[in-house]
Design a protein around this ligand. Structure first.
Ligand code: GAL
Length: 633
């Protein structure tokens, strides 16, 4: 598939006299896609049932005349002010019990069923008007579910919904009491209607209570999305897309993705470095203007899985953003690098956010491809160059990865519920595994736990909290090597310690007697080099011990093709043990220097220098932000 470029455009922000030249310039830049109207509800329906679509008709026409294709959006992330008069209780409520006010965006509660109907109503009206328009060739539903911490709401609607959800799940409150262990602290309930949301308890609420609330909240996002998707499908066969976020795991993206055709995500590498990743001071200084070298790639691979092979970058940072603690400009060359990196990971399209910087409101300090005065912004020539290069790149044929990394949303919620150590977090653990694999130059598939694993030589499961149906059988019959990370199988699905203790794998004589977490700076060295950080498990075993601490405590255990790692390893140790597994399997590895990354597809090899300095790699000097592309025969 030959990748395409696009941009996010807000005709409602600009005088109509500008639209024609905007469209012309987009075309001249070689853009294919223009995303429209995701925040335009107040202009489409200025008052209830009073519609004004003429302006959008004309905007689409103007774009269509230049041969541009439109991603039409449902505007449901920004319900207009009048909606609140209609549904005063539709606001999401924060964890402290405070309603989240009007005056920005995403102020709705996913559990509010009347708002869900309003969302379907406007989706139907927009679809009815534009589904048959030739230029409208894809649809985006809503905008960034969960952005600004909105997947979980502690509203009255959520409380009612949660009680019903629990009653459907457990059928009898006695079963729920048992599953949650409510005998502890006399928390037993007599009726589902007595159960509140887990916020505002005196001290921590029961982790099983939290985990079910997180599951419930995720299901509301899935249901909200599906309701809109069902409406759109009645009108169109064009692909349905949602734009997910970086590092946000509050709902099960695989489940939302199952109701859509393409996954997309919004990539802001510089903003994410601190705001999402909490990178160390040293890392921030080093990659301030390039972003973390593995974070974007991880999301590309994750969202390829969420989209079942089809994915886009819907919003690509083009310059300084406005929302991180500090907002540097990307190093010259980085916007081109990010674009090609997405393409290397098989993106079908990369759209820049946004066409022109807005001179008003919240994001007036956020760069676009044009400045507010319509002059090209600093990045414009770079995007022009990138666009020309993409036109001659040809099709990028999908890679066939030999390594799969399982990423599981429920495990993120489980460890959020009871981290047992300030640094323990599933996303970071998975990212550390991913980094170690990328440090070996590997092409990786990130997959859901129920994905078919048989095609992979090496399967990594960083910290799956409970064993889903079938997975253990599939692991047992897996022909390659399977590598389990710390805390795997350490809970039941109800969040209790399994009877036989972790990791609870029949036939594997490994028992975790207790676990320890500890502070950064107190790393525990391994006898073969590298060290344990954050998390360490006391392993009792009669199986083969592959790695130990310098004190002789078992760290990595093996039985046949299965490895159990009872610790969070630093990059040196993790890289070493994963390399040994690759060597055994005959998977070719390349030692990638820090900041140099590669991905090999069936048609191309892409090498990226994320460093701010030139770097020698394979006998060749790579300039800062350089992308080296080699077509393979
Ligand atoms: C995204 C969002 C856009 C814009 C952008 C700014 O999260 O979808 O609407 O706010 O961030 O970086």
């Amino acid at each position: 598939m030959n990748p395409k470029l696009g941009c996010c455009y807000y005709p409602e922000h600009w005088p109509e006299s500008q639209w024609q030249s905007d469209a012309q310039r987009m075309k001249d830049l070689g853009l294919t896609w223009v995303r429209l109207a995701e925040f335009a509800w107040s202009r489409l329906e200025p008052s209830p049932d009073n519609f004004e679509f003429d302006w959008l008709d004309r905007a689409i026409e103007t774009l269509a005349e230049q041969g541009l294709k439109v991603v039409m959006c449902t505007p449901t992330a920004t319900p207009p002010r009048w909606m609140l008069d209609k549904h005063p209780d539709m606001l999401a409520v924060d964890i402290e019990g405070r309603p989240r006010g009007f005056g920005s965006r995403r102020h709705y509660c996913f559990s509010h069923l009347a708002y869900r109907q309003e969302a379907c109503r406007i989706a139907e009206i927009v679809a009815d008007r534009y589904a048959n328009h030739e230029a409208v060739q894809a649809w985006q539903l809503d905008n960034e579910y969960s952005c600004h911490d909105t997947a979980r709401s502690y509203s009255e609607a959520a409380r009612r919904g949660f009680r019903n959800w629990l009653s459907d799940k457990y059928e009898s409150v006695g079963v729920l009491n048992e599953a949650w262990g409510n005998i502890f602290w006399s928390m037993e309930y007599d009726d589902f209607d007595q159960i509140d949301l887990p916020n505002l308890t005196v001290t921590e609420a029961n982790p099983s209570h939290w985990l079910d609330f997180y599951r419930y909240s995720s299901d509301q996002v899935v249901a909200f999305n599906k309701a809109q998707a069902d409406v759109l499908r009645k009108h169109t066969d064009a692909p349905l897309i949602h734009n997910y976020m970086g590092r946000i795991v509050d709902f099960d993206h695989y489940k939302v993705g199952a109701d859509l055709d393409i996954a997309s995500w919004d990539s802001y590498p510089l903003g994410f470095l601190v705001d999402r990743l909490g990178a160390s001071e040293e890392w921030q200084r080093r990659f301030e203007r390039q972003g973390d070298p593995d974070l974007q790639a991880f999301h590309h691979d994750l969202y390829r899985a969420v989209g079942r092979g089809r994915w886009w970058v819907m919003e690509q940072q083009p310059g300084p953003v406005n929302w991180a603690p500090n907002n540097p400009a990307p190093l010259p060359g980085m916007v081109r690098l990010w674009t090609f990196e997405a393409i290397a990971h098989e993106a079908e399209a990369v759209c820049y956010f946004r066409w022109r910087q807005a001179p008003f409101a919240q994001e007036q300090m956020h760069a676009g491809l044009l400045r507010p005065d319509s002059q090209p912004s600093a990045v414009f020539p770079e995007v022009e160059q990138t666009s020309k290069e993409i036109q001659v790149l040809g099709d990028v044929a999908p890679a066939k990865a030999e390594v799969a990394l399982i990423f599981d949303y429920e495990s993120c919620w489980a460890w959020e519920t009871q981290p047992q150590g300030e640094a323990f977090d599933e996303f970071s653990l998975a990212l550390d595994f991913y980094r170690a694999l990328r440090g070996l130059g590997l092409t990786i598939d990130v997959v859901a736990p129920d994905h078919d694993l048989s095609q992979y030589k090496l399967v990594l499961i960083p910290g799956l909290f409970a064993w889903p149906d079938n997975l253990l059988q599939r692991i047992e019959s897996h022909p390659g090597l399977v590598f389990l990370g710390p805390r795997s199988g350490s809970k039941t699905k109800n969040f209790q310690i399994p009877t036989g203790l972790a990791p609870s794998i029949p036939g594997l004589d490994v028992i975790i007697a207790y676990v320890e977490s500890f502070k950064a700076g107190n790393e525990r060295p391994l006898s073969n080099g590298g060290a344990i950080k954050h998390w360490c498990e006391a392993i009792e075993t009669t199986e083969d011990v592959i790695e130990t601490t310098v004190d002789g405590a078992p760290v990595l255990v093996r039985k046949n093709r299965l490895f159990y790692l009872g610790a969070w390893l630093d990059s040196a140790a993790l890289g070493r043990v994963l390399k040994a597994a690759c060597d055994e399997l005959g998977i070719t590895t390349t030692n990638m220097p820090e900041g140099i990354r590669q991905r090999t597809t069936a048609s191309h090899r892409f090498v990226f220098n994320h460093n701010a300095h030139a770097h020698k790699f394979e006998g060749e000097e790579l300039a800062p932000a350089q992308v080296k592309i080699t077509a393979l025969d």
